[in-house]
Write a protein that binds this ligand. Structure first.
Ligand code: SF4
Length: 324
């Protein structure tokens, strides 16, 4: 007889002290279209070695991403800068919460070295929220982008940033570092912000995306939504419209997966057919790129998607020229 021990509540106690007193929500069994293989490949082990040797954090590990086996095997990891401890406490996120350590001034250089060592053509950099810093970590983000640019001038850079809420014009510091893709995830529909993303404000996040395009129209903008949290189809379509009004180029839509019993419960598993239908709707709304599937994550296949984004923009520009 096998005994299953559920230790997810214990894990939550250490990583998410603010969730300690939340009611447990049982974790639903995943449908067969969400099952993934445990990571084991040679590429996976090499990526893990480089990441750990450089003392870097990745959102792949911290968020317990289901795509780790596939991505790391292809030497694609998303670096998470500014430490492993977040100052927010979103109900969906598995990244540790608490008081973060001071910034590591060597991190931009180490991140750049890791990019060179892994031979990355496209890198995705994200971070924890750093509400404790005056600029929300914008300066550190910008220094990291510049260090990678200097060390690997042919590598394209995608950033996935916090919202810089109540940090004045700090986001401009990041925009001015000229990443190729500026991603900020809206995560969910506005009605669910208070319960799912309580420290954030929907319209502030939307405005951030819009301001990237206003300041530097050449940068691609990207944003993502999780579904399965209780949102309606109409609400998802409204978010798509809001993103298009903010000139977002690329939308990603993926299934929310509950990290522990203390996190927000899954309302339902959205079927692959529904994801396909959301993709069709998003395309009709004019996004340059859409990725919509149960395992879509904002950084999944980011390198291949970047090449497609460039291609889509070229085709659009050509069409506009022909119309003249
Ligand atoms: S999808 Fe993104 S977060 Fe997940 S393993 Fe791949 S690179 Fe990491």
């Amino acid at each position: 007889m096998a005994t299953l021990i559920d230790n997810t509540a214990d894990k939550a106690k250490h990583r998410h002290p603010e969730k300690r007193n939340r009611v447990d929500s049982p974790i639903l069994r995943k449908p067969e279209w969400i099952r993934v293989k445990a990571p084991t490949g040679k590429g996976y082990l090499e990526t893990r070695k480089i990441v750990h040797e450089k003392g870097l954090f990745t959102v792949c590990e911290e968020a317990a991403c289901p795509n780790m086996g596939e991505c790391w095997d292809k030497k694609h990891a998303t670096l998470m800068i500014m430490g492993d401890t977040c100052t927010r406490a979103c109900a969906f996120c598995n990244v540790r919460t608490g008081k973060p350590a001071p910034l590591d001034t060597q991190e931009p250089k180490n991140a750049a070295r890791a990019v060179v060592e892994m031979g990355l053509k496209h890198v995705v950099i994200t971070s924890v929220d750093r509400d404790d810093l005056e600029d929300g970590g914008a300066g550190h983000f910008a220094r990291t982008v510049r260090a990678i640019r200097a060390a690997a001038p042919h590598t394209t850079i995608e950033i996935l940033t916090p919202d810089f809420l109540r940090k004045g014009d700090a986001a401009n510091i990041v925009i001015d570092a000229c990443p190729d893709v500026f991603n900020h995830n809206l995560e969910t529909v506005p009605r669910l912000y208070l319960s799912i993303r309580p420290g954030a404000r929907y319209f502030h996040s939307l405005r951030l995306l819009q301001s990237v395009k206003e300041r530097d129209p050449g940068q691609f903008t990207k944003s993502g939504l999780m579904v399965g949290l209780g949102e309606t189809r109409e609400e998802v379509m409204q978010v798509m419209d809001d993103m298009r009004a903010a000139n977002v180029d690329f939308i990603t839509i993926g299934q929310y997966l509950q990290p522990t019993r203390k996190h927000a419960p899954i309302d339902r598993f959205v079927t692959p057919e529904e994801f396909q239908s959301l993709e069709t709707i998003a395309r009709s709304k004019g996004f340059l790129m859409v990725s919509s599937s149960p395992l879509t994550r904002s950084s999944h296949h980011a390198g291949e998607d970047f090449a497609r984004l460039q291609e889509a923009r070229r085709a659009q520009e050509l069409q506009e020229l022909e119309k003249r």
